[in-house]
Design a protein around this ligand. Structure first.
Ligand code: DMJ
Length: 612
């Protein structure tokens, strides 16, 4: 065993501050437009409103056009970020291999020029309105989403979606994922994954033409009658979940028929000695198997397919789907090997026991177990007490074993336990938790869950804003020892960003429940950074390898289906002020952001899964 090399760690210096440290209270005060507003005297507020009104009338088009591009940075930080050169989203290897293909590079150069010109224009146009605010308060005043019309925010998300869709349509139509730089595609299951994942997003975003094109592909091209191995969890949450939610939103029976087809083809996965399902199914042959190297399944995978199969049973009146997934929950509920309600990461399909015990995390391989405890309870009308008890116990387990504060600035974070030792490692995946905690509090669970949700939300935002690109890495490590100069470290291997949704998802819940505009500000900032560092000019967005290098974030040439299925959907819902746009009292989102209905009181279950 070698001690970890110092070179494995990257130090994070905080934007706008020198010397790698920052004043926590000042930094965060700056980031909250709303808090800032509330700190003003009544006279100051009235003056600003009058001046804004006059200026707004006088220069509405120019001002709104400009403000659209201003995220909630203090002006000093904004100037700093303007020094960043726009990235060149050109794969170096590809460039070497194909020297004649200069289109992407040319476009990147064009966009660089435009952006530089835009920065100058912005600074000029910004002048009169900003200067007023600037003079009236202090030099930390910021421009923020609070002053933008809702329609402009929603339009920005539609634009991002349409840009992604253009890439998918031009280069990957009917295939699983777009490879935007090589203008091609990759297959995982060969089932048009991105198209299916994006169906309900298009519906929610009001993109009717695009939706109709995709629907006609589903009607004429999509077939599950093919010999292909699919992952049970991934195809349940993305395909079955996507089809079921699209059926509910549109009422079109096509999607229910397709959902029944894929649902029934996934069922062979449950034919195991323990009834804990295998990870993989061949949907054409009707055979299932674990991964080649083990007979284990992942705990999060076998416990995060319940919302979808329960709904399939309700719609088809065929109870065997629900019975199969309820059996998994029943067994996991009773298993030894939990730590205060926290589960290990693996479960054996032969004997039904937890394996590789000793690691407890809210991140990869365990995350959505906790999410689905709460959401099944909500889906079923809050009558299945065992699910609630397991959820509440797990949250207490998180507080007791995994919750810590970083140094020097006291960010609340969720670490991991590895063989009795605490590790201050947090996956970006854990950022689903603020949203889930807030959803629980909204449904009557303890108010301190909401307090914790707010603290963790702040931490997840800091995981973005403290990076040079303003985009979170996949994994961070928090510093806990006294005398640390920075809160967050990132290992070299963890610097990638896959366009994941969890932080935006939680921002959506937090904004829905609190109406605190700072959450929209944060989401807006993240959208700007996706646009700046991951957008590919010919269409699509790409995962990147290095969130620490704004000059060359090193594109991965892949747009994950969840960028359209989840990230942009939650972004849109975050910016919408309509609480009835997918009401959280009528729908529960599956872990791939597909809304499924909360069951009416005529279809409620008891603890044993029996209808009342
Ligand atoms: C999605 O497929 C789901 O949100 C899943 O629960 C976790 N991983 C991705 C997004 O990060």
């Amino acid at each position: 065993m070698h001690p970890p090399s110092r070179q494995d760690y990257i130090s994070i210096s905080l934007a706008g501050q020198g010397g790698g440290s920052y004043n926590n209270s000042t930094q965060w005060r700056r980031q909250s437009c709303w808090r800032k507003w509330k700190q003003l005297s009544r006279l100051q507020r009235s003056l600003i409103l009058i001046l804004l009104f006059i200026c707004g009338i006088a220069s509405y088009p120019a001002v709104t056009e400009h403000l659209r591009d201003c995220s909630c940075h203090p002006l000093s930080q904004r100037k700093l970020s303007n020094k960043r050169r726009p990235p060149v989203l050109q794969n170096r290897l590809q460039k070497q291999a194909n020297a004649s293909d200069t289109v992407i590079e040319d476009k990147a150069a064009d966009s660089k020029k435009e952006e530089e010109e835009g920065d100058i224009r912005s600074d000029l146009q910004f002048d009169h309105l900003t200067q007023l605010k600037f003079n009236l308060m202090d030099n930390n005043w910021v421009s923020c989403v609070y002053f933008l019309p809702e329609a402009r925010l929603l339009e920005a998300v539609q634009e991002a979606f349409l840009h992604s869709w253009k890439g998918y349509k031009d280069f990957a139509w009917g295939h699983d994922e777009l490879r935007p730089l090589s203008k091609s595609y990759s297959e995982w299951f060969g089932l048009g994954l991105t198209l299916i994942d994006a169906l309900d997003t298009m519906w929610i975003l009001g993109l009717k033409k695009e939706f109709e094109e995709a629907k006609s592909w589903v009607a004429t091209e999509l077939t599950f009658n093919k010999s292909v191995d699919v992952n049970l969890f991934e195809s349940t949450i993305r395909i079955l979940g996507g089809l079921l939610s699209t059926y509910h939103l549109t009422g079109d029976i096509l999607f229910l028929d397709k959902a029944k087809d894929i649902g029934s083809r996934l069922m062979p996965a449950f034919n195991t000695p323990s009834k804990i399902p295998y990870s993989d199914v061949n949907i054409g042959k009707g055979t299932a198997h674990p991964p080649r190297w083990t007979s284990d399944s992942t705990v999060a995978e076998v416990t995060s397919i319940q919302l979808e199969f329960r709904e399939l049973s309700r719609l088809t009146q065929e109870p065997h789907y629900q019975a199969a997934v309820a059996e998994v929950m029943k067994q996991v509920h009773k298993l030894d090997g939990k730590l205060d309600g926290l589960v290990p990461m693996f479960i054996n399909t032969n004997n039904g026991q937890f394996t590789h015990q000793g690691i407890y995390t809210l991140g990869a391989r365990a995350d959505s177990y906790y999410e689905y405890l709460l959401k099944q309870w909500i889906q079923g009308g809050k009558t299945e007490n065992q699910l609630l008890e397991d959820y509440l116990q797990a949250i207490e387990g998180v507080k007791k074993n995994l919750l810590q504060k970083s140094s020097p600035n006291g960010l609340t974070f969720v670490g991991e336990i590895a063989h009795g030792q605490f590790s201050p490692k947090m996956d970006h995946l854990v950022c689903f938790l603020p949203g889930t905690l807030a959803l629980g509090a909204h449904n009557g669970l303890p108010a301190d869950h909401m307090d914790l949700a707010k603290q963790l939300m702040e931490t997840c935002y800091q995981m973005y804003i403290q990076m040079e690109t303003g985009l979170s890495p996949e994994i961070v490590h928090f510093n806990m020892h006294q005398g640390s100069t920075r809160d967050i470290d990132v290992k070299l291997a963890d610097r990638h960003n896959l366009l994941r949704p969890e932080t935006v998802e939680s921002l959506f819940y937090l904004y829905r429940f609190t109406k605190d505009h700072k959450y929209q500000d944060w989401g807006w900032e993240i959208l700007q950074n996706f646009n700046k560092y991951t957008k590919v000019s010919s269409g699509g967005y790409t995962s990147i390898n290095n969130v620490r290098d704004p000059d060359y974030p090193s594109p991965r040439d892949k747009m994950e289906s969840f960028f359209l299925g989840e990230t942009l959907k939650y972004m849109y819902l975050l910016f919408s002020d309509d609480p009835n746009l997918i009401s959280l009292d009528q729908y529960v989102f599956n872990t791939e952001a597909h809304p499924l209905p909360i069951w009416p009181s005529t279809h409620r279950l008891t603890d044993t899964g029996i209808q009342m």
